[in-house]
Write a protein that binds this ligand. Sequence first.
Ligand SMILES: *[C@@H]1O[C@H](CO)[C@@H](O)[C@H](O)[C@H]1NC(C)=O
Ligand SMILES: *[C@@H]1O[C@H](CO)[C@@H](O)[C@H](O)[C@H]1NC(C)=O
Length: 314
Amino acid sequence: MRALPFITLSTLTLRASASSGAVWATPHDSYSSSIGVLGCKINTNRVAYWPGSVDCNNVCVSLSYQGRSVKLLRIDQSGGAHDVSYDAWNYLYTGYSATQKPTAGGAVAMEYQELAPEECKELIHTDDGKIPLSAANSMNFVASCLAQQGSWVGSNYGLYNIIDSICSMGFNEKCSLDLNVSNQPNCSHMLGLQDKLTTQPVYNIKYPTGDVVEAGTGQVVPSSTVSGSVGTKKGGLSPSAKARIGVGVSLGVLALLVVAGFWCWKKRRGTAAQQSTQVEDGLRREDSTSSAEPISSVTKGLDYGSDETGKETW
Ligand SMILES: *[C@@H]1O[C@H](CO)[C@@H](O)[C@H](O)[C@H]1NC(C)=O
Ligand SMILES: *[C@@H]1O[C@H](CO)[C@@H](O)[C@H](O)[C@H]1NC(C)=O
């Protein structure tokens, strides 16, 4: 009993140190969820498909790049890549939705931060705000989360009689679960019936065309079909964090310029060793460049941060 606080403390420390960092983010264009999250009841354009099993608490992350930031539901496990919904990746990379300006590209270094699950509320489209799961196929995950006392998913899940994550089979009805009575959810229709479900399709935005297709049928639909769900709320970076990033980038640029200036100066001194006047001219020119550039890029960095604040809405 005595050791418990120390164990808790060290767990917290580990968590804190693992809660942010850089990843090579890659685009992912077909919705899936290893734990059976129903794509018709969440924003499938804001999903993280990352290595490591999906957790009962750690289901929300923010991802940032060049002053832009999105929140993502971490509800699927990848084979090793840090995949994110194509639309989220495209927005972070270019500032535009994948339906507006689809872009091709590979892994891009982006910053992530783990967030409290509540931070991803706006990505969950159920009336009660609970994470929507397949009654027939999510029971292992639900049971494991219920077994973890106080886990977020354990007290914030909803079960629906829909078979698949892309909502093409089953019934759009809520089920109840009372593990004291049965380990199977109780739904109006029989649990797990595979009737065709067409009332709430999931749409994928295809890479790299930006075409919007119905996930169940592959049929291309007008991109306006998803325009309501593509936008998200503002990202997690505070203005001061953005300012810090701006200053950090500017300092990096300044350091590069100093190194480059020194290198040029050395090179010129080598080639024009006998013309000392010219060397001094060269040196002065380098100096004026490196003192003018950083100032403008500091200003740019800061302006950029605040300009971006309200930009993520369309
Ligand atoms: C299930 O049973 C346990 C003890 O038998 C009880 O504490 C718990 O409240 C019950 N759960 C429900 C949902 O009725
Ligand atoms: C299932 O739910 C219905 C309606 O709420 C209820 O009448 C029934 O007893 C439940 N069945 C089980 C096995 O819990």
